[in-house]
Design a protein around this ligand. Structure first.
Ligand code: ATP
Length: 234
């Protein structure tokens, strides 16, 4: 279980995140929606130890990890799949995956590599080719696979659908569901509310650094106009 409680994050005097709480349970997908600049990426990066937390808590299966260095947070079982995928284009698919396993032992890493290949057979097919030649959707799966290499119990996904054609988005969201079904807790940031809501179990809507809606996805699906209003699209 990943719990972010009353998180506050500032860039100098700018309070980008002002008391965001969100949680994700094993096997479930919590969707974080919000307009541009709402503070979604800042929330994920601070939870991952990549930005200083002003106040609030990040708790993983009961263990507070707030403010710890990122590699320690990874070792506790949390992984981040960053916006824009950020795969290493000249390296092979397998080299990219192996880099994600640097926090675990070699024996464990070979097991998780096989698991990543089972989950995403396309990565096995392309394992010796450069990551830069994969399609956008395949690169996103590689970014998922790389994060899975640290054997996380919870994963945070930053806009996995960004820049992808709708059919690609479908297969990427299929991959997201597969990851959740393996028992991992997922917190997924998206701008694509309609498609995100289709696969989400729970939803948190953020506006100007604050949570304005939090509840079951079913409730949000029944009230899309309300969600749109929160997102400033109405
Ligand atoms: P997007 O979908 O555009 O990524 P977001 O919801 O992820 O939006 P953030 O990137 O977290 O939003 O940004 C939240 C606020 O913090 C915005 O007002 C943004 O301008 C500001 N901000 C983000 N990064 C920095 C930075 N490095 N320095 C100063 N302000 C920043």
């Amino acid at each position: 279980m990943l719990e972010i409680r009353d998180l506050h994050v500032s860039y100098g005097k700018i309070e980008a995140v002002r008391g965001v709480s969100a949680s994700a349970a094993p096997g479930r997908i919590t969707l974080v929606l919000g307009a541009n600049g709402a503070g979604k990426t800042t929330t994920l990066r601070a939870a991952m130890g990549l930005l200083p937390v002003r106040s609030g808590e990040v708790v993983l299966d009961g263990t507070p990890v707030t403010g710890r260095p990122t590699h320690r947070i990874v070792r506790e079982g949390l992984a981040l799949v960053p916006e824009g995928r950020q795969v290493f284009a000249p390296l092979t698919v397998e080299e990219n995956l192996t880099l994600g396993g640097y926090t675990v032992s070699r024996e464990k890493a070979s097991g998780t590599l096989e698991r990543a290949y089972e989950m995403f057979p396309i990565l096995k097919e392309r394992r010796n080719g450069p990551a830069g030649l994969l399609s956008g959707g395949e690169q996103q799966m590689l970014a998922f696979g790389r994060a899975l290499m640290s054997s996380p119990r919870a994963m945070m996904l930053d806009e996995p659908s960004m820049g992808l054609a709708p059919t690609m988005v479908e297969s990427v969201f299929g991959a997201v569901r597969t990851i959740a079904d393996s028992g991992i807790a997922l917190l997924m940031v998206e701008q694509n509310a309609d498609m995100g809501l289709e696969i989400a179990d729970d939803v948190v809507v953020v506006a100007r650094g604050e949570v304005v809606f939090s509840g079951p996805a079913e409730q949000a699906r029944r009230n899309t106009s309300v969600v749109r209003a929160f997102l400033g699209e109405a």
